[in-house]
Design a binder for this molecule. Structure first.
Ligand code: SF4
Length: 276
């Protein structure tokens, strides 16, 4: 039986083969999660819940949405598990960041009737080849029929950085999902849409058939590379501080390298940390 890959799994290998090895081969459970991942999960859960209500013809007031977020925070926050990587940043900053994400989203999209929700937190699974040796899965935050009839694959990002259009036009995650969604909606136009909720910005991109075919081949090639990998060498990167395996990583436990200063642009987004 071949392994099912996700965008997160592929990215983990690209970022650091050792992290990939810890996470997906040794399957060492993570004892902590970054506060950024915690906030991202809570925001995703609240937005999902918001659209469930909208689908039932009820649009909750923004204060209700925010109240629910704080209640969910209190229900799920575990100080032993959630860690703040950026020293000196108070927890209240992150709690406020999640609230800001929700207020921005609400303000921009109220009364949430500009499009039709087809599915929330929709699982996609598909194969890249006829034999089924290369399989992909993922979760789409919201699958939508937009007002112009186009199918949209929508994703919420709680990270503070908004990538350039050029970067989004090369983004793999949603384009991979398009390969799966395209099988459900043959011949229909599909658009990729990102909601950068911490700044209230929205970006879109599209892929043509040639680009999707190139992505399919590149992904097969990457999966082959992972399959042939023997070393899984650690690759210290600025994101090491957010890596749950840093306390046991040989790159840090045997001869600690000078850590590159964390770059605000490289705070991991929720999807980078989403383990499928
Ligand atoms: S701490 Fe850094 S080098 Fe070590 S596994 Fe994690 S990402 Fe790789």
């Amino acid at each position: 039986m071949s392994t099912v890959f996700s965008h997160s799994r592929l990215s983990s290998f690209e970022n650091c083969p050792k992290q990939f090895h810890f996470r997906y081969i040794e399957k060492i459970p993570a004892e902590t999660e970054s506060v950024e991942a915690f906030v991202g999960k809570r925001v995703h859960e609240i937005l999902e819940r918001l659209y469930v209500f909208v689908g039932q013809g009820m649009v909750p007031a923004v204060e209700k949405v925010v109240h629910r977020y704080h209640a969910l925070w209190d229900e799920t926050f575990d100080p032993e598990r959630v860690r703040i990587v950026r020293e000196g940043t108070p927890l209240s900053f992150y709690r406020g960041l999640g609230e800001r994400c929700l207020r921005n989203f609400y303000q921009r999209h109220y009364p949430f009737d500009a499009d039709e929700t087809l599915a929330l937190e929709e699982k996609v699974q598909f194969q890249l080849d006829a034999a089924g040796r290369y399989r992909i899965r993922g979760v789409i935050d919201r699958l939508v029929r937009a007002a112009d009839g186009v199918i949209e694959i929508q994703d919420y990002k709680t990270g503070q950085r908004v990538p350039s259009q050029k970067q989004l036009d090369k983004d793999r995650q949603l384009a991979l999902y398009q390969l799966g969604v395209g099988e459900r909606f043959p011949g229909e136009p599909i658009r990729l849409k990102w909601h950068f909720v911490s700044s209230g910005q929205v970006r879109t991109s599209t892929r043509n058939a040639e680009e999707l075919e190139a992505l399919r081949l590149e992904t097969i090639s990457l999966i082959d590379r992972i399959g042939a990998e023997k070393e899984f060498a650690p690759t210290p990167i600025p994101l090491c501080s957010w890596c749950e395996y840093k306390p046991i990583c040989p790159a840090w436990t045997t001869r600690p390298p000078s850590p590159p200063p964390p770059d605000a642009d490289e705070i991991p987004s929720w999807t980078q940390l989403d383990l499928l």
